[in-house]
Write a protein that binds this ligand. Sequence first.
Ligand code: MN
Length: 448
Amino acid sequence: MTRVIHTGDTHIGYQQYHVPERRQDFLAAFRTVVRDAIDDDVAAVVHAGDLFHDRRPTLSDIMGTLDVLEELAAADIPFLAVVGNHEAKRDAQWLDLYASLGLATRLGDSPTVVRNTAFYGLDFVPRSKRDALDYEFTAHDADHAALVTHGLFQPFDHGDWDAEEVLTESPVDFDALLLGDNHKPGKQEVADAWVTYCGSTERASASEREDRGYNIVTFDGETRITRRGLDTREFVFVNLDLDSGEGIERVRSRVGQHDLTDAVVIVTIDGDGDPIAPASIEEYAIERGALVARVTDHRELATDERETSISFADPDDAVAERVRDLGLSGAARDIDETVRASKVADANVTETVESRVRELVEESPEALDAAGPVTAAEDGTADGGSAAETDGGASAVESGGPDANDGETAGADGSAADKGTSATDSEPTSEASTDADDDGQSSMEEFL
Ligand SMILES: [Mn+2]
């Protein structure tokens, strides 16, 4: 019998809403999972990727994580992990650092056997490289086997990678796929195996409304998956649909019905009613003890006047407005949005930009000044450049990626489009444009 904790999408280092307390919350959730593992005396903690929120965690994130892993190692419980899309670096990974200290095992093609179960790993693979995967896992002689990987898999919502294909093409007969990436927990039976997401351990976006937790997976003749909840930061969601004549008093009274102490308060306003300055609601919640308050007024787009008022309440919108004022072309703004917006995961930016540029060029070749190189590439340099372009994309990310909310918009006008164009240059495949919509931000919003 092998009983393990399956966790993932920890996102350590994410300073959500720009408050240090949220950064601490993500690390604290990891510590809670590890202490549960020790109290429970499980055989291993299996981590399905995105231990860190991005590829450049700070020294205190790295040391905080080290401290938690040392606690686990002192209890003689192995930490078995793969690399997710958020944290992936170009060569060595953070996980390798912990492995070199004897605090972690990076799972791979050959089995890591714990009690009677063999664990294998597959790091996040960008979509453009999945066709080349051969799933060459080496044989084991344990009673059970599990593959730990990171990506959005069918048959779950938003899946762009087929779990059934992985299971059927692999030479190893897996009892379970233990997954990360989709922050919503779930389990389904596919090709006689359990395919399961453990979910994130803190809400990495306000769309993650369900309680957070992790999986406990038991391999013992059959495979059993149960869930255990985590006591995370309180989020208070207030959804209001205002009638005409209603305004700030109604919003205050609804928000005031909740205990807001130390909570993240998310207010959403729809319907009619009077104009409301989001800042006044946010101040009201803070006065009542909230850690953070965010107001989204879906009526805002109705008038220009209101649009101006939100741009000061929400830094992202203020940046967006400034970018609009720069007089960029629609294509440049589109690419800027992809590169700068925090909703596209770091590692997905290159692919998303590539798809968008290709789509733009195909729709309207004059949309980009740089349409020339795309034509030049059509003579078949398809495979050669892709690794190099991935690096190019990554540096674009480093200059204007997930931290860009802090206000840096330089590079949005020219360099982002340049990077995107050169990415297009390398892979003139025709099928990608049909995929462009699937790659769009709306489908990525939940998967920070
Ligand atoms: Mn994640």
